[in-house]
Design a protein around this ligand. Structure first.
Ligand SMILES: Cc1cc2nc3c(=O)[nH]c(=O)nc-3n(C[C@H](O)[C@H](O)[C@H](O)COP(=O)(O)O)c2cc1C
Length: 223
């Protein structure tokens, strides 16, 4: 099978939701945005999630043997997605910046913009090279809030969010997110190539830091 038989746009036809998967061991805790939560069996109730080996969350799921998956609601802001999807719990305590709760297995999870919660005990781990797929028995499932849930399509089309390299669905810079049109002909807009944040200003200051993913001005392009 040659690479020419792989049409990257075919992958855009796959549908996903957006979730935060989290875990902790003692004082150490983290969580990350994922689009790879899926129910794999009904009897018993099992979920699978695919987490990059470099993610701190991956290490914590391996060490604890548990994870929590929360389903994000559509109104989740880019500040929450920036914190959990573009920054690492190795560098900062993500949970000190959100409303945190702890499930029956002692795992931390994020209450903000959570539509549902699944507590899982890892029963199988599949090594996929760059990622580990954790399959978990659901030990608790709860409905937390009504309203629309956040899909990956909505995240790209409406929130104009990007996808970092650690996501299994990353397709390279040009295909990671749709290109943003300038808000108006007169305004100059700068777009963060990492998370998709848009800054509307004539000149981007050299010391500008993206408020979402914390990357510097060199990661911005004029759109
Ligand atoms: C829209 C979106 C989807 C993502 N999907 C995944 C995923 O399915 N698996 C994964 O390992 N990382 C995924 N990521 C990347 C992680 O959220 C990101 O690398 C995070 O900063 C890791 O944090 P940690 O080091 O604290 O675990 C995604 C990020 C975004 C914004």
């Amino acid at each position: 099978m040659s690479r020419s038989s792989i049409d990257l746009t075919a992958f855009f036809k796959l549908s996903y939701g957006l979730y935060i998967v989290s875990a902790g061991v003692g004082e150490k805790k983290s969580g990350c945005v994922v689009n790879t939560v899926t129910q794999v069996t009904a009897v018993p109730e099992r979920l699978a999630v695919t987490v990059n080996k470099d993610n701190y969350t991956c290490e914590l799921i391996q060490q604890s043997g548990f994870f929590v998956a929360t389903v994000l609601t559509q109104d989740a802001g880019m500040d929450l997605i920036g914190l959990f999807g573009f920054r690492s719990g190795r560098d900062e305590d993500k949970f000190s910046q959100v409303d945190e709760a702890v499930d029956g297995n002692g795992m931390p999870y994020v209450l903000n913009h959570a539509a549902a919660l699944f507590s899982c005990k890892v029963c199988q781990t599949v090594d996929l090279g760059t990622h580990l797929m954790f399959i978990g028995d659901v030990t608790e499932a709860r409905h937390l809030a009504d309203g629309e849930v956040l899909t990956y399509a909505y995240y790209h089309a409406v929130k104009k969010g990007g996808t970092p390299k650690n996501a299994p669905s990353y397709k390279g810079e040009e295909t990671a997110a749709p290109k943003e049109e300038p808000a108006s002909d007169k305004k100059t807009v700068w777009r963060c190539t990492i998370c998709g944040y848009l800054a509307e200003m004539e000149e981007l200051p050299a010391d500008f830091i993206c408020p979402i993913c914390k990357k510097d001005a060199s990661f911005f392009v004029k759109v």
